[in-house]
Structures are given as structure tokens and as C-alpha cells.
Design a protein around this ligand. Structure first.
Ligand SMILES: *[C@@H]1O[C@H](CO)[C@@H](O)[C@H](O)[C@H]1NC(C)=O
Ligand SMILES: [Ca+2]
Ligand SMILES: [Ca+2]
Length: 357
């Protein structure tokens, strides 16, 4: 498909995802989310579960290395178990965050970090792979990150989400367009990679994308029914646990957490499984097709619908703020077409444990 129609094809789903629906619905979702501050002091503390999380963390640390494949990021052994996927208290109803359902997960391996620019460069230099953004010749970039020179050349914006601009020449190597580079960000998450690109990388690495259920189970780090990978409070003891947006979106990014854009994949404390930046920093692709209605029944290793038009992404990004995109929660979810790419979307890989489960 030619580049211009490629862009059109990708524009509608992208704006649905990145802004339009979010902007249109922010009245409802932000009302409900402001109504419940999200710190939920009233929730049970679940000491037994915290202990379990610490135990898993130790096991995960011991497994580091054994699950490591040459040349790629380290993996963590995630113990099998049963958890509550989704939530009975959806913050963003139309995303299909509910209902809460019991899900059994076999043990597997999960990348400890988001796939970094360095990891992706190894893949590209050994295979010659060309990403979809490079083939299409453009990708979506957050306006706040662009130079005046690049902005001056762009006349097309997404009316409902004017902070997203299609930038010619934006790609994983040039995240803010041709005049930008990743040389000082090799340890940051790779961006502007489509779902198809992510699958290609994971396959090359002898891995695969995680299912949405595996991703969410990993995000929760052994804790039950918490908002975030570390608990219910966004900033325990005033500390930042994730790279999101502080200040007024989209005009004033105060970067109180230390990062205006992406952070190194090893920044911020890990969760109970030893995984970093599950929420915030870069959105992460999963292998599932997108749907918003889920069976409330118990499931074993669910893989999502058998077909669809969009793939599920999880975790939110450095652009997420409670006022417009309260999606840096484990139960939160969103979607893009498999050929979409943007300056806040990356991935990490998973792998099966060797032998029978
Ligand atoms: C951004 O927000 C901070 C904190 O609210 C404020 O101190 C600062 O003046 C604001 N900057 C701009 C450019 O509006
Ligand atoms: Ca930040
Ligand atoms: Ca992330």
C-alpha cells in the first residue's frame, strides 16, 4: 500500500486510541477518577500477599541469568498461579477494564525491561530489518517533543488530539523526526515500533509477545487487586514509582519524576517480580486481539479473541496524566492497529519455560 493511503489507514485507529475517544470521554472518566482519588486508604493491606510478592521477587532475582538469552535483555521467571484480571471498579468503562475474572497462568519468562534502543539496534544490525514506520515514511510524534523546524513543516494534525502530529522521517532511530537521534538514549525503550515489528523482534530473539493476561499478571507482581504494580498509592512516601506526566496536560510537563520523555528502561523501583516500568515510560504491545467484552468465567492461559482489527497495548506511557489518560494501572488497556507506531509505544517479550509446565 502506498504511503499516503497508509497514513490515512492508520490515522483513524490511531486517533481513536491516542486521543479522540479519550478526549471525548475524559469528562466521564476523569469525573469518576477524581471522585475516587485512587489512593484507596480503605483497602485491605493484604500482608500475606506482600510477603508472597517479596518471596517471588527473591525467586525472580535467583532466576536472572538462567532465563537470559545471549545478546538480549535479561528475563525473569514468573511463577504460575491464579490472579484477578481486570477490575470490578473500572476507571475507564469503555476500555473493557471489567469485569474482574479469575485467570490461571502457567509459569513463563518475562523480559525484565522494556526492549531498549540498544536491543533493537542489535536486531536491526544482524537482520537488516526495516520497521513499518520506516516503510511508511512517517510516524506519530507528540507535539511537545518536536523542534520548531520540524513543526513548521507539518500541516496535518489530528483535530481532536492536536498534540499528535504525523512526522515524516520519524522512526525508532529518529524519534522526534530526522533532526533527532537516539545516541544519548540507547538504554531507553525503543519507540515507533508497530505490533508487527515487535513480533519480528521477539521471534528473532527466540521469544514471543506476552498475552494480555501474562502481561497483567506480571504487572501485578504478586499483589491482588491493586491499581499499580507496587500498590494502591501513586507515590508511596512521596516517591515516584513510574515515568508518567506531572503538570497540566498537554501544555506543562513539569517532569517532577525526572523525565519529560522516556527514561532508561532500568529507572524506578522494580515490582514484586523484579520487573521495571511495567506502567509508564512506554506503552507495551501484547499478543491479544482487542475486544471490550470478557467472559466473567475462570480462564486458563487466555489468549484473547481469535480475530480482530486492533491489538491490545498495556501500561500507559510518559504522556499519561490522570486528567486525560489514567491508564498507568495494571487493569487499564488500550489498542492500536498492528501497523501503528508512535513516540510513546514500545514492547517487551515473554518466553515459555522449557519443558512441560
Ligand atoms: C507549570 O506548572 C508549574 C507547577 O504547577 C508552575 O510552577 C509553572 O509556572 C508552570 N509553567 C508554565 C509554563 O505554565
Ligand atoms: Ca515523566
Ligand atoms: Ca512500560
Amino acid at each position: 500500500m502506498a504511503a499516503p493511503s497508509g497514513l490515512c489507514r492508520r490515522l483513524l485507529p490511531l486517533l481513536l486510541l491516542l486521543g479522540l475517544r479519550i478526549a471525548a470521554s475524559s469528562g466521564t472518566s476523569s469525573t469518576s477518577s477524581t471522585g475516587n482519588c485512587g489512593c484507596s486508604a480503605g483497602r485491605a493491606s493484604g500482608d500475606g500477599r506482600e510477603a508472597a510478592a517479596r518471596r517471588y521477587s527473591a525467586a525472580a532475582a535467583a532466576a536472572l541469568g538462567s532465563g537470559q538469552s545471549a545478546g538480549h535483555g535479561p528475563m525473569v521467571a514468573i511463577p504460575g498461579g491464579v490472579f484477578t484480571m481486570g477490575t470490578q471498579e473500572p476507571e475507564i468503562q469503555q476500555d473493557g477494564e471489567g469485569p474482574a475474572r479469575r485467570v490461571h497462568i502457567n509459569s513463563f519468562y518475562m523480559d525484565q525491561y522494556e526492549v531498549s534502543n540498544q536491543d533493537f539496534e542489535r536486531f536491526v544490525s544482524s537482520t537488516g530489518y526495516i520497521t513499518e514506520a520506516e516503510k511508511f515514511g512517517d510516524s506519530f510524534v507528540f507535539e511537545g517533543m518536536l523542534s520548531e523546524a520540524v513543526k513548521a513543516d507539518i500541516h496535518q494534525a489530528v483535530a481532536a488530539a492536536p498534540w499528535w502530529l504525523p512526522v515524516k522521517g520519524a522512526s525508532w532511530r529518529h524519534p522526534e523526526g530526522p533532526d533527532s537521534s537516539i545516541s544519548s538514549r540507547m538504554d531507553h525503550p525503543v519507540l515507533h515500533v508497530s505490533w508487527n515489528d515487535a513480533v519480528a523482534f521477539c521471534t528473532w530473539a527466540g521469544k514471543r509477545l506476552p498475552t494480555e493476561a501474562e502481561w497483567e499478571y506480571s504487572c501485578r507482581g504478586g499483589l491482588e487487586n491493586r491499581l499499580f504494580p507496587w500498590g494502591n498509592k501513586l507515590q508511596p512516601k512521596g516517591q515516584h514509582y513510574a515515568n508518567i506526566w506531572q503538570g497540566e496536560f498537554p501544555t506543562n510537563n513539569t517532569a517532577e519524576d525526572g523525565y519529560k520523555g522516556t527514561a532508561p528502561v532500568s529507572a524506578f523501583p522494580p515490582n514484586g517480580y523484579g520487573l521495571y516500568n511495567m506502567v509508564g515510560n512506554a506503552w507495551e504491545w501484547t499478543s491479544d486481539w482487542w475486544a471490550v467484552h470478557h467472559s466473567p468465567q475462570d480462564l486458563h492461559n487466555p489468549k484473547g479473541p481469535s480475530s480482530g482489527t486492533d491489538r491490545v497495548k498495556k501500561g500507559g506511557s510518559y504522556m499519561c496524566h490522570k486528567s486525560y489518560c489514567y491508564r498507568y494501572r495494571c487493569a487499564a488497556r488500550s489498542q492500536n492497529t498492528p501497523d501503528s507506531s508512535a513516540s510513546n509505544l514500545g514492547f517487551r517479550c515473554a518466553a515459555d519455560t522449557p519443558g512441560p509446565h
